[in-house]
Design a protein around this ligand. Structure first.
Ligand SMILES: [Zn+2]
Ligand SMILES: [Zn+2]
Length: 366
């Protein structure tokens, strides 16, 4: 069928053009896309050699309605509304352990945008282009999505808010709840206050943490963090590693720290500011081959933990329904993060996100 899709080429604006979308194959469904969030990963894939073959239809935070099913699909009926999250094989050791973010095939199914058989459901001017990014490629009016990515949702939930749950919010909330396992008595530091960091602030409040310190270069983001539950803020603009470490120590140090900046000086300062048995979790993307340095004896003798996370260790089929329950209770005020744009304004949405004018842009396809 003919669809309208935003085609990405390196360091060029997205271009809305007509493409041909194949019928869903085994284990896939055709989804009419209502909305799709724009995430930094989409722009990295387009402009920064993330490994996604271009041209491509990107978009990995889609919400829509199932129209038709491919062979063997029983779990979803046509008409069912779904959130499209990230892809995983469902069979490897990580998938079997319900840790699909660490799937052996995560790069193939997500970043490289390949179906299991290697071909693409989208063709442009008769030639296949990358059309299964994160098992969906949802910057389009329609997507062929892998059933393993999909989480059913009720009809009354607003599409734009649900998009945010697919990746960025899942990462921030999951990091606090699943990885840091923060709770009452914890002094949490959250480094970087975009979608992921502000979601982590919401989750830390939900978890009842004793103190929540938000750190960012931008004061407007720190004000947002305060409104969402941060009990303290620390502007990091102009602070070097040692100055940031000193400021964190003067505030009493941290039992839990969450970095989503990917910046080595910030990660090193966060590590140094941990109290005994403190935990530091990294979710930010660093430049290729970046390294961070820790004092090995301090790591050992204080029982500190440093670890990374993808998608907040969340299994979307369990964690997204949990987040929706929190959203319905008012504990995840996603409206504070989301700004909507008509699909045709995708380039304005990308520019506004890059320039820090908005937190989570969401494109409305209808
Ligand atoms: Zn797997
Ligand atoms: Zn993302």
């Amino acid at each position: 069928m003919q669809i309208r899709a935003a085609v990405a080429r390196a360091r060029a604006p997205f271009e809305l053009v007509d493409c041909e979308l194949a019928a869903p194959g085994p284990g896939e469904v055709l989804v009419e896309v209502e909305a799709c969030g724009l995430c930094r990963t989409d722009l990295s894939a387009k402009d920064h050699g993330y490994g996604t073959p271009l041209p491509a239809v990107l978009g990995h935070e889609g919400v829509g309605r199932v129209l038709t099913r491919g062979a063997g699909v029983r779990s979803l009926e046509p008409g069912q509304r779904v959130i499209m999250s990230y892809g995983a094989c469902g069979r490897c050791p990580s998938c079997a352990a319900r840790m699909p973010a660490y799937c052996d095939h995560a790069m193939d199914y997500n970043v490289f945008g390949r179906r299991p058989d290697g071909d693409s459901p989208i063709t442009l001017d008769g030639a296949p282009i990358t059309g299964h990014f994160f098992g969906q490629s949802a910057f389009a009016t329609h997507a062929v999505a892998a059933v393993t990515n999909l989480v059913p949702i009720d009809d009354d939930l607003p599409a734009a808010m649900m998009c945010a749950l697919a990746c960025g919010v899942q990462t921030g909330v999951g990091a606090v709840v699943n990885v840091l396992r923060a709770g009452p008595g914890d002094a949490v530091g959250i480094f970087g206050c975009g979608t992921v960091g502000l979601s982590a602030v919401m989750a830390a409040r939900l978890a009842g943490c004793e103190s929540i310190l938000a750190v960012d270069r931008r004061r407007d983001r720190l004000e947002r963090a305060r409104a969402l539950g941060a009990t303290g803020v620390l502007p990091s603009e102009g602070l070097g590693r040692a100055e940031l470490e000193r400021a964190l120590r003067e505030l009493g140090g941290l039992t839990r720290a969450f970095d989503n900046t990917g910046s080595a000086p910030i990660i090193e300062a966060a590590f140094a500011a941990l109290r005994r048995r403190g935990v530091l979790v990294l979710a930010g993307v660093s430049p290729p081959r970046a390294t961070v340095a820790f004092d090995a004896n301090r790591l050992m003798s204080s029982g500190r933990v440093v670890r990374g996370t993808i998608e907040g260790d969340a299994d979307p089929t369990e964690f997204i329904p949990q987040m929706i329950a929190w959203y319905r209770r008012g504990a995840l005020p996603l409206e504070a993060l989301v700004t909507t744009y008509p699909f045709a304004q995708i380039n304005a949405a990308a520019r506004d996100m890059t320039e820090g004018r908005v937190i989570k842009p969401v494109l409305l396809m209808r």
